[in-house]
Design a protein around this ligand. Structure first.
Ligand SMILES: [Zn+2]
Length: 160
């Protein structure tokens, strides 16, 4: 038996204004998008903003449905829209935020497993890591790539 140790890097910032300017703009775009979420069941409004290689910013928010599995998370709404609209343009960064009836979550907000898997596919598709910025009232976390959020991910080579 061999034991392997994984190193995961998380960069933490106390407030929005401590982030690099480009990250601040993306978080603000995600917060704005969260205000347009359709979340009448959970009342948990999530917003995601993507920065593409062509400097376009794509936003998404959670879209719930009375038949709950039919809805979709903000991250995948944004990713799939970006992939559908700009199929040849890489995704450089993604900011995610969430608010409940008390406002911005203490957080940082964490993407669900399915969204992490969709992010992995996007990284593989465009052959570059996505910078991920997770918003919260307590602190904001930044990850240099999805491998820090989803180690041992299922990838195309897993099909071999
Ligand atoms: Zn999700």
């Amino acid at each position: 038996m061999r034991t392997k140790e994984l190193r995961i890097f998380v960069y933490e910032y106390p407030t929005l204004y401590d982030l690099p300017e480009a990250d601040q703009k993306l978080v603000l775009a995600a917060r704005e998008a969260s205000g347009r979420a359709f979340a009448p069941y959970s009342r948990f409004n999530v917003g995601a903003a993507l920065l593409l290689e062509n400097d376009e910013v794509i936003t998404g928010n959670n879209q719930e449905n009375a038949a709950s599995p039919t809805g979709l998370c903000a991250e995948r709404v944004a990713l799939f829209y970006a992939n559908a609209t700009y199929p040849d343009i890489a995704v450089k960064a993604m900011a995610v935020t969430a608010s409940n009836s008390h406002g911005l979550v203490e957080g940082p907000v964490k993407p669900c497993g399915s969204c992490r898997q969709a992010m992995v596919e996007t990284e593989v598709r465009y052959k570059q890591p996505i910078r991920i910025i997770l918003d919260g009232k307590k602190k904001i976390q930044v990850f240099a790539g999805v491998e820090n959020l989803l180690p041992f991910a299922f990838k195309p080579e897993s099909l071999d």
